[in-house]
Design a protein around this ligand. Structure first.
Ligand code: UGA
Length: 435
């Protein structure tokens, strides 16, 4: 199959590269000439484990190419994927579809022969209808079908998620288009990934429902963690105790500082908005959004409490800035609110992140950046673990203890064991577990 991927950002680049790796012929398109030049030269604009090697391999074999020339790429394609950004619109939180609709207009001008246009960007219910309307209006003669094929990959594990998905959802109201999509995903039959063919609107909603459900699961366990702290229970054991029930499942039950990232915050808000507009508010998700927002600031208060009630004039060492490990993505990272809260309380911040510091600098210009965890903790009055990078798991706490001004550790990801830290003379606080 010949595939054109419109948008070479996170989803477009990962999906395009994996499709090429399956043996399809893929052209990744982007408006940004600098990005395309970098990709041609083998430089990857995002941090994603394994991606650089996979891009290089498929580019070398000629299955993966990059261009800014939309017209040619679209004209030669059996399927054109729209994988452009859908940020939250300022003011109302609704997904901003400007880029999706602009892509649809440009695609319409370039179509030739039967083409399936696929929205892979996360788009609210009904967007496929509008994309189809735009294309039919601009190109009434074109033989085209518009399909929804939401993406469920996680940053940091994107290649594995793409190649071994739990399921593939294809929203196609037309059987010929469904056939083209099945052909594109044929390489996955071997892994027996279930392929669900649904109506287009159903597929669009499935994506939001999945992310909102996962966000709800996290928020639920976070509130249970708070309760555990008050009643002397252990949230990790509660999570295991409920997660072993197959109806609940053990994943996404890790209590922490609240969810962040480029998807959950944006998608929960967009679902809230869609549901309000449809006259059927999703009150549970509205609450999840509010609880998660306030949780991030509450984590700053937790640090202040661990420091004895005040951090004024103190230095707080923050380990991990990205919204989760194995990414350099700072979008809606809990670290941003936690650090702001600590600064408001008068603290000085010194931070270290293995991959995220370049992205963090413009967002957090007033903090100091360290060269490693030990440099970060030197002279600090408390060490706060915000993102659970593997490199922080086996820290030498004796070494840290020797250079810190006060032996305080606040572990917002429950990575360490209280007894280990106590043995090394630390005052230790975690989330929802006895200290
Ligand atoms: C999420 C979904 O997991 C993917 O399935 C989806 O495709 C993607 O959004 C998207 O819509 O594009 P991602 O945002 O990359 O993926 O990251 P997650 O691993 O889901 O983590 C999201 C946030 O939840 C992070 O801040 C993480 O620390 C937090 N989290 C996750 C918890 O606090 N506890 C958990 O148990 C799991």
């Amino acid at each position: 199959m010949r595939i054109a991927m419109v948008g070479s950002g996170y989803v477009g680049l990962v999906s395009g590269t994996c499709f090429a790796d399956f043996g399809h012929e893929v052209v990744c398109i982007d408006k940004d000439p600098a990005k395309i030049e970098a990709l041609k030269a083998g430089r990857i604009p995002i941090f994603e484990p394994g991606l650089e090697a996979l891009v290089a391999d498929n580019a070398r074999q000629g299955r993966l190419t990059f261009t800014t020339a939309m017209r040619e790429a679209v004209a030669g394609a059996d399927a054109v994927f729209i994988a452009v950004g859908t940020p939250s619109r300022r003011g109302d939180g609704f997904a901003d579809l400007t880029y999706v609709y602009a892509a649809a207009r440009e695609i319409a001008a370039s179509l030739s022969g039967y083409t399936v246009v696929v929205t892979k960007s996360t788009v609210p219910v009904g967007t496929g209808d509008e994309v189809e309307r735009i294309i039919r209006e601009a190109a009434p003669e074109a033989e085209v079908a518009v399909v929804s094929n939401p993406e469920f990959l996680r940053e940091g594990a994107a290649i594995a998620d793409f190649k071994r998905p739990d399921r593939i959802v294809i929203g196609a109201d037309d059987s010929r288009a469904a056939q083209v999509m099945s052909e594109i995903y044929r390489p996955l039959y071997l892994n027996q990934a279930p392929i669900l063919v649904t109506g287009r609107r159903t597929a669009e909603l499935t994506k939001y429902a999945a992310n909102a459900f996962l966000a709800t699961k996290i928020t639920f366990i976070n509130e249970i963690a708070d309760l555990c702290e008050q009643v002397g229970a252990n949230v990790q054991e509660v999570a295991r105790g409920i997660g072993l029930d197959n109806r609940i499942g053990s994943k996404f039950l890790h209590a922490g500082p609240g969810y962040g990232g480029s998807c959950f915050p944006k998608d929960t808000l967009a679902l809230v908005k869609t549901a309000q507009d449809a006259g059927t508010p999703v009150r549970l998700v509205e609450t999840v959004v509010a609880v998660n927002d306030s949780r991030k600031r509450a984590m700053a208060r937790k640090v202040v409490a661990a420091c004895g009630g005040s951090v004024r004039g103190r230095t707080i060492a923050v380990l991990g800035l990205t919204f989760k490990p194995n990414t350099d993505d700072m979008r809606d990272a809990p670290s941003l609110s936690i650090i702001a809260g600590l600064q408001d309380a008068g603290a000085r911040i010194r931070a270290y992140d293995p991959e995220g510091m370049e992205q963090a600098r413009p967002l957090l210009p007033e903090i100091a950046y360290a060269s490693d965890p030990y440099d970060c903790a030197e002279g600090a009055d408390a060490l706060v673990l915000v993102t659970e990078w593997d490199a922080f798991r086996a820290l030498d706490f004796e070494r840290l203890r020797a250079t810190m001004a006060a032996p305080v550790v606040v572990d917002l990801r429950n990575v360490y064991r209280a007894e280990d830290l106590a043995r090394r003379g630390f005052r230790y606080t975690s989330v929802g577990r006895p200290s």
